[in-house]
Design a protein around this ligand. Sequence first.
Ligand code: SPD
Length: 360
Amino acid sequence: MKTILVSAFALMAGSALAQEQVLNIYNWSDYIAEDTIAKFEAETGIKVNYDVYDSNEVLEAKMLAGNSGYDIVVPTSDFLRRQIAAGVYQPLDKSKLPNLKHMDAALMEKASAYDEDNTHSVIYMWGTTGFGINTNAVAERLGEDAPTDSWALIFEPDNLSKLQDCGVSLLDAPTEMLPAAMNYLGLDPRSTAREDFEAGAAKIESVRDYIRYFHSSQYISDLANGDTCVAVGWSGDVFQAQARADEADNGVEIEYVIPKEGALQWFDMMAIPTDAPNPDAAHAFINFVMDPQITADITNYVWYANGNAASMELVDAEITGDPAIFPDDATKQNLWPAAVYDSRTDRVVTRLWTKVKTGQ
Ligand code: SPD
């Protein structure tokens, strides 16, 4: 009798296990609302494992190696494009994505420059690469006339040397930092000419001694705590730092700047790896995120613009009305889309970046 009971339990447990669906997500850090995953699990019964990264290069290495075990990843559009060419992503089954109708057609069209007909991907969030400043700390050191609206604040040794003591950080993102320096020098930020990258690298090397660190997520808390006074960073991350400082009521005032010379505009795209273990659950998640309320909740929490037209009326007016998050037409004129690098260009950029960071 005992044996029969044990076997019955084993069978029940086995079938429960067989039925439990799991979805493995790999997304950028600080990039989702507090309750998004819990809501998805409650609505679908699918259990989510959620891991984070803060670098396209890290994601790309995993994707190109294959067998990552992830069902959803969120590469930025320029990286996505060459990963599609390498066969890393599967075409989306749009019959499983009825919420696609909520997406902003003009933004999806823009994103299709990297993924023809949006075959493999849907916009998750988008933003710009500018910098965050602690307004008081910068004014104390450079005066009220500090060039806080210009990349000159970062790339001119005369300015950055005076900010060294209050903490300066740059993104550890060569495909964004080198073009920003090239743009400041009056070169095309989308250029792939070796000499243009070398000029950009030399510009950053001219201020390297004043940079505390190169990192792509640490700056959120450091800006918020007042441990960093200037950080090149991504729009929403700087706004999150501002929100954290406001919440802590610590007297730190942070502003996000899209410099007058221009900035990179990028799209982070949800995509399903070709070897994803659970593509059905991945489609369910992408469709869930495209629900206007869910995507509005994410934008309201992470301060990044989304590509979902129907969500706009649900996003806080403070966010939709801020041209540093949803750039106005004048600012848009100054934004450049990312260039896609081939492997030769990628090697040039990687080598120069190592030299910028290490001096060798
Ligand atoms: N903390 C979320 C950061 C998302 C940044 N996306 C990367 C954009 C790269 N151009």
